[in-house]
Design a protein around this ligand. Structure first.
Ligand SMILES: [Zn+2]
Ligand SMILES: [Zn+2]
Length: 216
């Protein structure tokens, strides 16, 4: 057992020394082998990647995790160094794949907008501040102090409003209104719900006045 271990250690040292001494020769041999067996090696690699896809992806994720900044910097450097080439490639690809690229971009934009919207709705309470509507499709983001359309035009400028709110850390001064309550405020300057609430209050007040009058 001991001898076996000794032999293993010796072999390892011997191999490492051999590799160090004959590096050039080994590399040249490898290059020749790769050149002559390219198809076979590629097929083997492809098969390996298919079988071990999950494992490889997980490994890649873990590897990238701690090196995010490093990867970003490398990507930026690559882009700067190959900018013209990459732009020419993208232009050429856009000509031949126009429809496909447009469809993909559209799908991505819709998915991102929904994701941003969901985050914003969740942050601002998920219900209409006036009537309590919770169906997300009916909800709109409202500026509490008005000026919503000007803000959208001048500050957000056509981009995703929800993305803007996320980017600015969900600022105060916004709330959710359902489209009914929002539209009514826009057209009439008030929401009928407020009126109904006011009537309700007035009725209650009247009832209590009558009650107190009755007591007199
Ligand atoms: Zn409402
Ligand atoms: Zn309302």
């Amino acid at each position: 057992m001991r001898d076996k271990e000794k032999k293993k250690a010796y072999d390892q040292t011997y191999r490492a020394a051999y590799r160090a001494a004959h590096r050039e020769k080994i590399n040249a041999n490898m290059r020749v082998y790769h050149a002559t067996h390219r198809e076979e090696l590629n097929a083997r690699n492809r098969a390996y990647r298919i079988v071990h896809r999950e494992e490889i992806n997980a490994q890649k994720c873990t590897y990238r995790e701690g090196r995010r900044e490093q990867f970003k910097a490398a990507n930026r450097a690559y882009y700067t160094a190959h900018q013209e080439e990459l732009q020419a490639y993208a232009r050429a690809r856009y000509v031949t794949h126009r429809e496909e690229i447009k469809a993909k971009n559209h799908t991505y934009a819709v998915a991102m907008r929904l994701q941003h919207r969901a985050a914003v709705l969740a942050h601002y309470g998920g219900t209409c501040a006036c009537c309590g509507e919770t169906t997300s499709e009916f909800l709109a983001i409202d500026h509490i102090n008005g000026g919503g359309s000007r803000h959208r035009k001048e500050v957000i400028r056509g981009s995703d409003q929800a993305a803007w709110l996320i980017k600015h850390g969900f600022p105060d001064g916004f709330r959710l209104l359902c489209h009914n309550c929002n539209m009514a405020r826009g057209y009439y300057g008030y929401c009928p719900h407020e009126k109904q609430a006011a009537i309700g209050m007035a009725t209650r007040d009247l009832a209590s006045i009558q009650l107190s009058v009755g007591q007199i």
